[in-house]
Design a protein around this ligand. Structure first.
Ligand code: UDP
Ligand code: MG
Length: 148
């Protein structure tokens, strides 16, 4: 089953949005496979965002991600990468539809509350980076009530 890496960024933690965000993924029917509350350092954040290292906002982005604890998660389900990005909303909250996480809870692009993998392959890389110890093996007993 497909997996994605979701991270509630330091502003989402500080603003008390952890329960709300987890609830949206849970209520959709996705399965929580990994979760940790962690503060990462500069070199780790640079690795996570390595693809963006040439961007003018890179240093500010790294400062933002290391500015406090984050909630790192693995969620599993059919099409969870694409659907997860839809639940999150557009990168710039000004373009995020109401009803999405960024559309409902964020204003500035550099304080957009949450990260979600953009493809199955980047999800694989991000999960390996954030959860080198591996993730939980379990299957929800609700499975047959969610999937036909
Ligand atoms: N970002 C920013 N300014 C920009 C573009 C992106 O501060 O002009 C930040 C923003 O927090 C975004 C993150 O960099 O979530 C990663 O950018 P990406 O294009 O991968 O967006 P995402 O995949 O998070 O929607
Ligand atoms: Mg991205």
């Amino acid at each position: 089953m497909e997996q994605t890496f979701i991270m509630i960024k330091p502003d989402g933690v500080q603003r008390g949005l952890v329960g709300e965000i987890i609830g949206r993924f849970e209520k959709k029917g996705f399965t929580l496979k990994g979760l940790k509350f962690i503060t990462v350092d500069q070199s780790f954040a640079e690795k996570h965002y390595a693809d963006l290292s040439a961007k003018p906002f890179f240093n500010g982005l790294v400062e933002y991600i290391i500015s406090g604890p984050v909630v790192a998660m693995v969620w599993e389900g059919k099409n969870v990468v694409t659907t997860g990005r839809k639940i999150i909303g557009a990168t710039n909250p000004a373009d995020s539809a109401p009803g999405t996480i960024r559309g409902d809870y964020a204003i500035d692009i550099g304080r957009n509350v949450i990260h979600g993998s953009d493809a199955v392959e980047s999800a694989r890389k991000e999960i390996a980076l954030w959860f080198p110890e591996g993730i939980a093996e379990w299957r929800s007993s609700l499975h047959s009530w969610i999937y036909e």
